[in-house]
Design a protein around this ligand. Sequence first.
Ligand code: PRP
Length: 251
Amino acid sequence: MGAWAVSVSWLPLGFAPKVWQGLGRCGPMSMSLRVIVPPHPLVAHWLTVLRDRDTPSPLFCTAMKELGRWLTYEAARDWLPQVSVQIETPLAPCAGQVMDPTAALLVVPVLRAGLGLWAGGQEVLPHARVAHMGLVRDEETALPSTYLDRLPKQIGERVGVMVFDPMLATGGSLASVLELLAERGVTGQRVRVITALAAAPGLQHLAEKFPELTIYTACIDPELDSRQFIVPGLGDAGDRLYGTHADDFLT
Ligand code: PRP
């Protein structure tokens, strides 16, 4: 045990998540993107609160944080490297498992909305180092541009990376982050993505570019509208988290 790339099993044990597998172009022998939708009532509940147009910002923040918490918990289940240890209880020697201290964890929240999702993840993984990325989609073209890149220049080969972004629409923003990670040698099973909601067209886009990727999400929605918004979706997560629907403020 102890290495991100080799010691983890591909499927979580003991429960049956819905797994969507998008085949890449290379045929059945190629790796395929894995999208896991944990069948958990709390995940379904908080997603429904997020989707509801009448949910006010403070409750929207709570729902996003709770989804971040439970999706992180599920994503860590079969992935965090462990080591065996021998300890002494007050009564007797005892074998145990602890997280491998030599396999560090790097978390990448994608601003702005990723901060709301990571707020819950941070309570599950408080020991992680955090590298913020700032991306924004152009409202006309839906293409992402990067305004903040705090990724470490070098990332050790035993480091696992979790990316937090609540919306996966076209997949362009996430692809930008994954490309920067790949430039630093972080690919395959060393990466997990946490997102509240994923659109099928964006997943197909990512399946072609990152066939070894694993994504945890509360739901897969079928389509995008003409503005490249997820339908039925939940609206603009950043605006709903931070109350920035309009440019004016108290005027
Ligand atoms: C949203 C969302 C993702 C991105 C998804 O961010 O939080 O980062 O769009 O879209 P894509 O899959 O088509 O790239 P946005 O650009 O609205 O920025 P914000 O989080 O600051 O609101």
